[in-house]
Ligand binder design. Structure first.
Ligand code: AMP
Ligand code: MG
Length: 324
């Protein structure tokens, strides 16, 4: 797996080509090294989860070169514009409502109606985003559960055999992740402390609701069961569906059973992950009384798929929609 120094004149063009082809490139930002994929391609985004070995689909931050690039993707209100003007480019991530018809993969939002976006303050990251011409989804470039990388060598040690290229831009300046602020509610909420302090944010946005749990299980909407659930009931480990139910299949068994949709006819978990949210949305919108899901193997990306399916199938609470 090539490690290409920033100084190599072909580096950006090659890296942008790899990203557009749906493969993974690790690159430096001012916070930590990010594991980048074209955020508009479901399969490319699924590969991020696979490479990191993430057991669940946490939503990912989408990186863009400037605020204008966000116009077709998310809704920006006055608060968002103020925060962008004050802190971008920089280590601030804003969670904003997705626009209808937004080209981003539903996997970057982990099925939520929002998306986390940021303009990084790093010359190489910005140049790569411009060269690529697509929004890039990028969580930290390390295996799930290990330390975030601030040098190209850290990325190689953690993910070397799982990604296609590392752009080496030296050490990251900030070294901690971006601050995440949710602007989808009436009051701005701090989801993750990071590179921009709460005090500096509050000077621009006013009082922030403190909505931080801990880094392992952030209390972002991604952790709330109700956000993942279609409006109809979801039944797991089904071998067949009743006449009122859609059957969401996997692998050859799905073909044999005549599944309504098949997450991956060939039994490929990366393809299944890439299709998961889009297929749940589609079946939900089609008005079925329920969705019966065939068994998904519980290894590799299957862990993350099953985590989300269990949330979607969790018993419902009349107050909130779901019981924790
Ligand atoms: P990382 O994976 O290290 O880049 O961290 C991304 C952080 O942003 C995690 O804490 C996510 O839970 C949070 N995040 C990303 N997208 C969203 C979203 N749509 N809503 C809420 N939190 C989000
Ligand atoms: Mg991380």
């Amino acid at each position: 797996m090539p490690v290409i120094p920033f100084s190599d004149p072909t580096a950006l063009r090659v890296a942008a080509g790899i990203l557009r082809s749906g493969s993974l490139v690790a690159f430096p930002t001012e916070t930590v090294y990010g594991l980048g994929a074209d955020a508009t391609q479901d399969r490319a985004v699924a590969r991020i989860y696979e490479a990191k070995g993430r057991p669940s689909f946490n939503p990912l931050i989408c990186h863009v070169p400037d605020p204008e690039s966000l116009v077709p993707l998310v809704h920006c209100d006055e608060r968002a514009r103020l925060a962008m003007a004050a802190f971008w480019p920089g280590p601030l991530t804003l969670v904003l409502p997705r626009r209808e018809g937004c080209s981003l993969s539903p996997l970057v939002s982990a099925g939520l109606p929002s998306v986390a976006v940021r303009v990084p303050d790093h010359p190489l990251a910005l140049a790569l985003l411009r060269e690529c011409g697509r929004p890039i989804a990028a969580p930290s470039a390390n295996r799930s559960g290990s330390i975030s990388p601030t040098l190209a060598a850290h990325v190689v040690a953690s993910l070397g055999d799982r990604i296609d290229m590392v752009l080496d831009g030296g050490a990251c300046g900030v070294g901690v992740e971006s601050t995440v602020v949710d602007l989808t509610g009436r009051q701005p909420a701090l989801l993750r402390p990071g590179g921009i302090s709460r005090e500096r944010l509050e000077a621009v946005l006013g009082a922030l609701v403190w909505d931080v749990d801990n880094d392992v299980a952030p209390h972002s909407p991604g952790q709330l069961l109700s956000h993942y659930a279609p409006s109809c009931p979801v039944r797991l480990d089904a071998v067949s569906a009743s006449p009122e139910e859609a059957l969401l299949g996997f692998g050859a068994a799905g073909l044999t059973a005549g599944a309504t949709l098949n997450l991956s006819p060939s039994g490929d978990l990366v393809e299944a992950a890439a299709n998961l949210f889009a297929m749940l949305f589609k079946l939900d919108a089609a008005g079925w009384a329920g969705i019966a899901v065939m068994p998904i193997p519980d290894h590799g990306l299957g862990l993350a798929i099953n985590d989300r399916l269990r949330r979607a199938a969790a018993p419902r609470d009349p107050r909130q929609g779901f019981i924790g």
